[in-house]
Design a protein around this ligand. Structure first.
Ligand code: ZN
Length: 426
């Protein structure tokens, strides 16, 4: 009776005094901030947030819940800064593009989103699709479907004939209308401004552009520059009006430099980045998102006869091995690096492969983990809320068996996933 009375009083004053906490006992903790791991600590979670980190294994009250991760390595939820949740590339992708409706894409993307979350990626930046990714983000935020916290570019923007021009390689009458700013194809300042505003109107969090050709489009040129510095500046300035950063897909050295000079926030892929480009990256404080997994994946697929059309296969065979070498050079040169994989180019849920390729490129495991936690949160502009295990941050927490600092491959077998205080994998 007395307890019931206490409950009623607490409920009357807002209920916070009786809110249930979760105590997570961690054998090893890599918090995303410190260069050193901690042993035997307890993370206290209340609601969606981390409220305290205590030394040793601590229990709460009987009404609190306990999660035993004493035999695991606990880390902040991983962040992948380059995914495409709407698609997963396969031999039939080009033809599928003519058959699939938005609803087909939506159902499929919900599956990819869940797979990504269960692989330990609690936040992703979606760098472009048809715009279904905006609805997917909203559905996840509303709790309609399960997936990571998503920041999305909506539809990506490029020049006529550029990487994101959906009519490249097709006969003239294959599309109902010539793609324009609304479809993410823009030339000249005026159209570039308009294309950004369309994405803002659609509900994008950021802008994605391409300043060079790409591998998986049907153009013969995969690395030539495709926007002028002036066009990129128009995009960046307009995006800034809405608080949106600009991520830029770029393979060739010239397009990389133009993107940096135009004010892009991050360079994606950066395959043929030269020394001058790396110096510019540092002086302009631009992030590099390497996407090594995509490079490897398309490189491998290019060896399978008939997997790609000949024009794509030729580009894929060169880009794959080059990205990894560029990553190694950029890391040595001191370029800021954030974790991004281009998931969708390879199967969703295998995002942690990137850690392996990063360490093969000479980056120590602790730094690779920081690229996927604090660095990524910094690039995405969410480091006040996510990216580390600290009091006040969102309770985005993952754990694996084994020690990733000794064997980075253990990150590919996820053992525990909590997003915003809710457990999704245990
Ligand atoms: Zn991409």
């Amino acid at each position: 009776m007395k307890r019931l009375l206490t409950i009623l009083i607490a409920a009357a004053i807002g209920g916070s005094a009786l809110a249930q906490k979760t105590y997570i006992q961690c054998g090893r903790l890599i918090d995303g901030v410190s260069d050193k791991e901690r042993k035997s600590v307890t993370i206290v979670v209340e609601g969606k947030k981390i409220v305290e980190i205590k030394d040793g294994y601590v229990n709460g009250k009987s009404s609190d819940s306990l999660i035993d991760l004493k035999y695991k390595t606990v880390m902040p939820g991983f962040i992948d800064c380059h995914v495409h949740l709407e698609m997963q590339f396969s031999k039939t992708s080009f033809a599928d593009g003519f058959r699939e409706k938005d609803a087909d894409i939506a159902f499929q993307s919900a599956v990819y989103a869940k797979r990504t979350l269960l692989a330990g990626f609690t936040t992703v930046r979606d760098l472009g699709g048809s715009g279904v990714n905006i609805s997917l983000r909203n559905a996840i935020n509303r709790g309609v479907t399960v997936g990571p916290n998503i920041l999305t570019a909506g539809r990506a923007i490029s020049a006529t004939g550029g990487h994101m021009d959906p009519s490249v390689g097709l006969r003239d009458d294959a599309m109902r209308k010539t793609p324009g700013p609304e479809e993410g194809v823009a030339d000249g300042r005026e159209e570039c401004v308009k294309a950004v505003r369309y994405q803002f109107k659609a509900g994008a969090n950021l802008i994605k552009i391409a300043s060079t050709g790409g591998v998986l489009d049907l153009s013969t040129e995969g690395s030539g520059a495709e926007f002028t510095v002036d066009e990129i500046k128009a995009i960046v300035e307009t995006a800034k009006d809405y608080g949106m950063p600009v991520a830029c897909h770029a393979h060739g050295a010239e397009g990389i430099k133009r993107a940096i000079l135009g004010g892009a926030t991050s360079i994606e892929h950066g395959t043929f980045m030269d020394d001058e480009g790396m110096t510019l990256m540092k002086s302009h404080n631009v992030w590099y998102v390497p996407t090594l997994t995509a490079g490897r994946s398309v490189g491998d697929s290019s060896k399978v006869p008939g997997y790609f059309t000949p024009v794509v296969a030729a580009k894929a065979a060169v880009v794959g091995p080059t990205i990894q070498k560029t990553f190694a050079r950029a890391y040595k040169a001191g370029v800021k690096i954030a974790f991004g994989t281009d998931a969708g180019v390879y199967p969703h849920g295998m995002n942690a492969l990137e850690f392996r390729f990063m360490t093969e490129g000479g980056m120590p495991p602790m730094e690779a983990i920081k690229c996927a936690t604090m660095n990524a949160a910094d690039l995405l502009g969410i480091k006040e809320e996510r990216g580390s295990i600290e009091a006040g941050k969102m309770a985005d927490i993952v754990a694996v068996a084994g020690d990733p600092l000794q064997d980075i491959k253990v990150l590919s077998t996820m053992g525990f996933v909590m997003k915003e205080g809710k457990v999704y994998l245990r």
